[in-house]
Write a protein that binds this ligand. Structure first.
Ligand code: F6R
Length: 607
């Protein structure tokens, strides 16, 4: 999500900035731009769409100068357009930014009241105004003005600033979003990720939270937000460029599995209102009194997120909730109309079946909210409102971080609705929101505890069939675990509600069938143990996903994969992690193409 590049040195900046942005394309974007200063003059070039558009513009009239910043924008505040593209120039300064300024509404109101005019819908332009304001008020340097501005800003961001009045330097700051600096000989590079400058230097300083960098061709001066000097040693990068784009991971899928705590935190940021025990849906209001029913529509992995969403929404809001496969809904003459809230869940926003289902529901008078990871894609554009997941671009075809980010968005909807129907009491909401805020941390703990599952995979890679069993909120996770394994390992796998075992699937169990049982502590735990015993009695190989500290279960299974304790409503965020890692490790052990499994596409734009 968004890429930042910068250059200060003796060479022409424009081609270096464009080449750097090319290397950051994998992050996903919908507009691009750059600002280059030549002594006291600055030229800004921006365009909507792909980098080739920016290349055409600068090829006609290359902005001269050897200091500049560039940006690829993945729209969050404000649609993708030229006016919303970065850099944003105000007075003598231009700013590129990655992340979210959470108090942008209050800051914008204050700046407008002071007579400042805005030309975009972005939160970034606020930073440009604040820095310009500080310079006009007499800030002694660009870095001092940036500090004054950042003291007013709340949120998670990385930004880079150039100024006509301060030639020969870039000031950059990092709070949460990544930034690194490449130290060349007589030239210095800045980027969101190392590949942007790897062909020029391998000496890199990774900025940490709250670092402010004054960047010149001679190197950098690092301080904290309050001006205290900071020392960060440079590291030498030994990866090749292709691996660096995967952040050092061998596959995008593994990188994306490990990005999930960050993806959830980003999806909750500014929406999970801890002090109010509430959730904000980016302004999408639901009239709970007039609400008859919620209908969740999706395909594949997104459908599994919907099944968890049903538990969450019915549990918190006590509103009837149905989940439908979009491909079935659209052809079924569905009973749907005014009073129904349809939530269309789609990672890509382009899935043909889900898009058609949205159009069908709208035509029949339902209100439609899209939960989507791609801003301004077809499904959000066809809906009344959108709640974007902030997972960042997902490149591995088998969805991982988009799935858990969808769960986060659905949990926000459940809290929002429950508070408005009044069925989620303030006390219960306080407990749930506090637990929810701790989930990214528990995801980190889970991933660290599981580690590398390569040895585990060797024991199971030759199985012909797998079963996955779960109850309650973990039933959809059993379905998702089976789907993940099928998609990338090509092993046949079935997911079942654990209580259904004895009604048929138990006939499949023998000593050649690994059975993954989701058995975290919580409602239904004892029942799952009985199902587990039934499998064991038939020589099935039981792999349990259980709560840390549960020693009883270890004696009943071949393997136990542990997760931290969590309330049932939030367990899916954790129980899915061992299943994703297990599928990845087994597919790898079989020598499969993990990121691009056979026959599958990332966006399914056909029926
Ligand atoms: C599986 C997977 C698919 C998608 C499905 C819907 O890993 O990614 O099952 O979930 O094709 O796609 P979206 O979410 O883009 O509508």
């Amino acid at each position: 999500m968004c890429g930042i590049v910068g250059y200060v040195g003796p060479k022409a900046a424009t081609p270096l900035l464009v080449a750097g942005l090319r290397k950051l394309e994998y992050r996903g974007y919908d507009s691009a731009g750059l600002a280059v200063t030549d002594g006291g003059r600055m030229q800004v070039v921006r365009c909507r769409g792909k980098l080739s558009g920016l290349e055409d513009l600068v090829a006609r009239e290359p902005p001269p100068g050897s200091v500049g910043v560039g940006h690829t924008r993945w729209a969050t505040h404000g649609r993708p357009s030229e006016i919303n593209a970065h850099p944003h120039k105000t007075g003598s300064v231009a700013v590129v930014h990655n992340g979210i300024i959470e108090n942008h509404l209050a800051l914008r109101a204050r700046l407008e009241a002071a007579g400042r005019k805005f030309s975009s819908e972005t939160d970034t332009e606020i930073a440009a105004h604040l820095i310009d304001e500080a310079l006009l008020a007499g800030a002694p340097s660009l870095v001092a003005a940036v500090r004054t501005a950042l003291a007013q800003v709340e949120g998670a961001y990385a930004l880079a600033v150039v100024s006509e009045k301060h030639p020969g330097q870039i000031v950059a700051a990092k709070v949460a979003s990544p930034l690194c600096i490449g130290l060349g000989k007589g030239e210095t590079f800045l980027a969101s990720d190392v590949p942007a400058f790897l062909e020029h230097t391998r000496e890199v300083i990774f900025l940490d939270e709250g670092d402010v960098a004054e960047i010149t061709s001679a190197g950098i001066k690092l301080t904290s937000l309050d001006g205290t000097p900071v020392d960060r040693p440079a590291k030498t990068i030994t990866w090749d460029a292709a691996a660096a784009e995967k952040g050092g991971y061998p596959h995008f899928m593994l990188k994306e599995i490990h990005e999930q705590p960050r993806a959830i935190a980003d999806t909750l940021r500014a929406r999970l209102l801890l002090e109010k025990h509430d959730a904000d849906l980016d302004g999408f209001e639901i009239d709970a009194r007039a609400l008859r029913r919620v209908v969740l529509l999706a395909c594949g992995t997104s459908y599994h997120a919907g099944l968890v969403g049903k538990f969450l929404i019915e549990g918190a809001a006590r509103v009837p909730c149905e989940v439908d496969l979009a491909s079935e809904f659209r052809y079924r003459d569905p009973v749907i109309g005014p009073g129904d809230l349809v939530i269309a869940i789609s990672q890509s926003g382009e899935t043909a079946d889900t898009l058609a289902a949205v159009k069908e529901a709208r035509a029949r008078g339902a209100r439609v909210l899209a939960i989507c990871n791609v801003v301004d894609s077809a499904i959000p554009r066809s809906s009344h409102g959108s709640l974007y997941t902030h997972a960042g671009p997902e490149i591995g075809v088998a969805s991982t971080k988009c799935f858990t980010a969808q769960l986060a968005a659905l949990a926000l909807v459940a809290i929002h609705l429950g508070r408005r129907t009044g069925t989620l009491t303030p006390d219960a909401a306080a407990k749930l929101t506090t637990e929810f805020a701790g989930i990214p941390h528990k995801m980190v703990e889970t991933l660290e505890g599981l580690g590398d599952m390569a040895a585990f995979a060797q024991d199971y890679k030759d199985a012909r069939d797998f079963l996955f069993l779960g109850r309650g909120t973990n039933y959809p996770i059993a379905l998702e675990g089976a789907l993940k394994l099928k998609e990338i390992s090509y092993i046949h796998a079935e997911g079942y509600a654990a209580g259904e075992m004895k009604h048929g699937p138990i006939a499949l169990v023998d000593d050649g069938v690994p059975v993954v049982v989701l058995a975290p502590k919580g409602p239904g735990y004892e029942k799952v143990l009985s199902n587990l015993a039934e499998v064991k009695a038939r020589n099935g190989h039981v792999i349990a996903v259980a709560t840390k500290g549960d020693t009883e279960i270890a004696g009943l299974c071949e393997r136990v994969l542990y997760i931290p304790e969590a309330p049932a409503a939030l367990q899916p965020f954790l129980t899915v992690l061992p299943l994703q890692l297990m599928s990845y490790a087994i597919a790898l052990a079989k020598g499969n193409d993990v990121d691009q499994p056979r026959n599958l596409a990332k966006s399914v734009t056909v029926e």
